[in-house]
Write a new protein. Structure first.
Lengths: 299, 597
């Protein structure tokens, strides 16, 4: 018995090492938040400043209001993401209803592919289509609908909405995969029973498919709440410019902008540390709520 | 059973092999890689006896606009002389400002040859962190570098440690108060001269008069060579630093140079905060805003990059050139200038064009260093020595900056005077973009073979001391005769028969020379630089919005918003430091002027 457990432990050991290397080991970098760090110097050559950078974040009203703007963007984009998280569910359900196999596969493939296109390329597509001399503007101008090109990429209007549309376009097919798998896991006998009872397509969807998908949906929802502050930066990084900066700068991008572009590594690390702490707290809360309301938690 | 065993062994071996390859991959990333077995190539040239081993060196080059292996004729010269290949690492190409410098230097190895700024505490940091090699043991045999001993010692002093650490660039044998430009100052209102002529060469007494002129010009210009709309202004954001760089270029017409958040008049007479309502920077923004209101600004300005802009100049799609070299470099081909078409500097009565003086002690903004982990330091120091020898200067100085190229290829000596060869004429006079280099010089196109280092080791108008020949071909009698075109004649006729813009402006007191000093801007403390970075992101973003504001109210509102925001962030603290730097520099300038007299 003991031998067996050693064997099992050895089997997960490589993954434990990987998790440690990539998830816990990098945390030692947090120490940079306590120093006055400048790039080529070694940490030992830099001054220890304690919690100065954490205090600096809240040192004056403008700094705080900047941070609030950034948080507002982060929350808005995350909320919009969560608010539209039912779209992949619906998409999966409807996709499943398509009975022509080749067409279903085609749709699924075409909608999954955008997930594998990097944001850089997505931006170049966006640029070709929507820049002032892009296809969209050129066509409208040639048709005489508009005389001046519409500013789409370089304007501060509807930035959140635009970003939401792009990420939905990119992620819809991919997000649906999980639910498609869950649908195949639903007991076929329930469908048969429903049909015998005379349920129509809509009734089957409403009373069997959707309720069966709910557990998966909730797990995904909880994970996305825990990731509330981590809405990534690559999408916003490629789309950002002087005109939309106020509405596009999310927390991760803000950290990058002050840390890498702005050469304040220590301050950026401090923001990063705070972000991690808030994320862990959020995860705890969600887990607690889930345990109370649904009787099962994540961890 | 046996079969299964075999499979297992195979699997174990395979995974072991995979592990080995991964590890081997890790090992080869750091430092220079020597292709030791490559002896066949090394044997090709007799000169290689000194350097038996072919070396590929990493060159970290803040000046380079190309990333990758140097190719073409310049690569062949370096290979033949030093048996060395240059792998250029260019932060300019990688983008993201200082990101590449930060990550590479934090990693402990910037490169084998380092070309970057020495001021702002950078040399000091690099030396303290042990990234730069002391050249003292290697420099004895270097004949060319010896000539610049004082300049080198002066630059190395920035490290605040004993040793020979860095060689500054653009070291000049000309006086500091003389412009270092050959024909036109670095900053001047450069217009499409032919179109300016079509509207009757209207006189301009101040900057804003140019708007009427450009508006008339734009109406007259029709479409570009490729049938697109022509605009007076086309802007780009690639070089934005502490402020919107293109607006800064307008400020330079009045002799202002940005130093952090200060616009400092380079004779030391004035230092303004850039966000001042009546300051020159806001005036420049207002000027560009007015231009946009009149439809003179290319709507693509907000999204295009410098490359796209260059193409527009080449196709004749832009009428105003932010700097003389930009428009002229792209559009003034021999074909166009022969027809009288091309960019030339117009005269605004009250302008004081910023021109850069020669630097007897070199330029601290760009210097060369050898990395502490370089494989063959002697060869690298020899290479730097060669770059400062006449042969190296001719070959390596950027040809866009007037560097004349290697003797025998682009030029030859005739009766003690340099003259362009047939090839040189194609390269410099015709500006032939597809010019192919003869096989014995390494083949490939001329343009691609140009030194990607993009460093001017000595002053642009300096001369070879032994032959008296100027390194800048634009100063040669032979070149000037060849480009005496309709455009040039027309310009002279309009400007009292002057031969060059710099000569005319000098005579009319329309030039302000920033004397070359060895003043090195100190680094900001991290507190200040943190505030500064936040402020500058706000300033750059708001500036662009102001230029493209819908109406006057929005312009003013954005201006106030910018001032409020940066003031809240602690702009004043940065400004105090910048004002101090500006006044220190002014003192250094005054000293140089005093000694020059």
């Amino acid at each position: 018995m003991k031998k067996e457990s050693v064997k099992l432990f050895l089997m997960i050991l490589p993954f434990l090492i990987l998790v440690f290397l990539f998830s816990y080991f990098p945390l030692h970098g947090w120490i940079y938040a306590l120093y006055d760090y400048r790039a080529p110097l070694k940490l030992s050559q830099c001054e220890f400043v304690g919690l100065k950078w954490f205090k600096a974040l809240f040192s004056n009203p403008t700094q705080v209001s900047q941070l609030i703007v950034v948080l507002k963007n982060t929350f808005a984009m995350s909320l919009l993401g969560i608010a539209t998280s039912f779209l992949p569910v619906l998409f999966a359900i409807f996709l499943n209803e398509i009975k022509v196999k080749w067409f279903r596969n085609l749709v699924q493939t075409l909608t999954t592919i955008p997930n594998f296109i990097s944001w850089t390329l997505v931006y170049s597509i966006a640029f070709c289509l929507f820049s002032t001399t892009g296809m969209f503007n050129t066509v409208l101008q040639n048709l005489g609908i508009i005389s001046e090109p519409l500013k789409i990429l370089d304007s501060g209007q509807h930035v959140w909405l635009q970003m939401l549309l792009w990420s939905t376009w990119k992620g819809l097919g991919w997000g649906a995969i999980m639910y498609l798998a869950a649908i195949t896991g639903i007991d076929q006998e329930m469908y048969d029973a429903a049909k015998v009872d005379g349920a129509g397509r809509w009734q089957i969807i409403r009373n069997i498919t959707i309720p069966s998908l709910m557990p998966t949906y909730f797990v995904m929802l909880m994970l996305s709440v825990a990731n509330f502050l981590n809405n990534g930066m690559d999408q916003y990084y490629v789309f950002q410019n002087s005109f939309n900066r106020d509405s596009i700068q999310v927390l991760d991008l803000y950290v990058y902008n002050i840390g890498m572009t702005g050469r304040s590594m220590s301050l950026a690390t401090a923001v990063g540390v705070m972000k991690s702490l808030v994320s862990v707290t959020l995860l705890m809360i969600v887990n607690f709520v889930s345990k109370k309301t649904r009787g099962e938690g994540l961890v | 059973m046996k079969r299964k065993m075999g499979k297992r062994v195979a699997a174990a071996l395979l995974s072991a092999a995979m592990l080995m390859t991964t590890l081997a991959g890790c090992g080869s990333t750091g430092g220079s890689t020597a292709a030791g077995s490559d002896s066949t190539q090394a044997g090709e040239s007799a000169e290689n006896s000194k350097y038996a081993e072919t070396l590929t060196i990493d060159v970290f080059d803040s000046q380079a606009n190309f990333q990758g292996m140097q190719s073409g004729w310049f690569a062949k010269i370096v290979k033949d002389k030093f048996n060395m290949e240059l792998n250029i690492i260019a932060p300019n190409v990688a983008g993201g400002g200082d990101t590449l410098y930060q990550t590479r230097s934090a990693n402990g190895n910037l490169g084998d040859l380092i070309i970057t700024n020495l001021d702002k505490s950078r040399l000091k940091d690099l030396v303290t962190a042990g990234l730069v090699l002391d050249m003292t043991p290697y420099i004895d045999s270097c004949e060319s570098l010896k000539k610049y001993e004082t300049a080198i010692a002066d630059a190395s002093a920035l490290a605040e440690q004993d040793g020979i650490w860095a060689v500054p660039s653009e070291i000049s044998n000309q006086p500091a108060t003389e412009p270092c430009e050959a024909m036109e100052p670095t900053n001047a209102p450069s217009l499409r001269w032919d179109v300016y002529g079509q509207v009757g060469y209207p006189k301009m007494s101040t900057l804003e008069d140019m708007l009427d002129v450009l508006e008339a010009m734009q109406q007259n210009a029709g479409t570009s060579d490729t049938g697109k709309n022509v605009y007076a202004f086309s802007l780009f954001k690639d070089w934005d630093g502490d402020c919107m760089q293109n607006a800064g270029a307008i400020c330079a017409l009045y002799g202002y140079e940005p130093m952090g958040f200060v616009m400092s008049k380079v004779d030391g007479s004035e230092a303004q905060s850039i966000i001042d309502n009546d300051g020159v920077y806001v005036r420049a923004l207002r000027f560009l805003y007015e231009a946009n209101q009149r439809g003179l600004v290319d709507p693509e300005s907000t999204t295009q990059n410098f490359d796209t802009l260059q193409t527009k100049y080449k196709e004749g799609g832009v009428l105003y050139s932010l700097w003389p070299w930009l428009g002229a470099g792209q559009y003034n081909t021999s074909e166009n200038t022969a027809e009288g078409k091309g960019f030339a500097s117009a005269i605004i009565d009250d302008m004081k064009c910023l021109s850069y003086g020669s630097m007897p002690l070199g330029k601290m903004e760009v210097g060369m260093m050898v990395g502490s982990q370089a494989k063959d330091p002697q060869r690298l120091v020899d290479f730097i020595d060669w770059l400062y020898s006449p042969e190296g200067i001719e070959a390596a100085c950027p040809q866009t900056g007037g560097g004349c190229g290697p003797e025998g290829l682009t030029w030859e000596m005739k009766d003690g005077e340099p003259v362009l060869t047939e090839f040189g004429v194609k390269a410099f006079v015709d500006i032939d973009a597809d010019l192919q280099v003869p096989e014995e010089w390494g083949g490939g196109s001329w343009k691609d073979g140009v030194s990607a280092l993009n460093v001017k080791t000595v002053g642009v108008v300096d001369c070879d001391e032994t032959t008296g020949m100027c390194y800048n071909y634009q100063r040669w009698a032979d070149y000037q005769q060849r480009v005496a075109t309709k455009l040039q004649e027309d310009w002279s006729a309009q400007n009292d028969g002057a031969l060059s813009a710099i000569e005319y402006m000098k005579a009319h007191d329309e030039l302000l020379v920033l004397p070359g000093t060895n003043y090195a801007t100190p680094e900001y403390s991290t507190d200040i630089s943190t505030i500064k970075e936040q402020c500058k992101q706000v300033i750059v973003a708001q500036s662009w919005k102001m230029v493209f504001a819908a109406d006057d109210d929005e312009f003013e509102q954005l201006l106030t918003e910018m001032q409020d925001l940066v003031n809240g962030l602690g702009y004043d603290q940065v400004l105090t430091v910048d004002l101090q730097n500006a006044s220190d520099k002014a003192a250094a300038i005054k000293e140089v002027i005093a000694t020059a007299k």
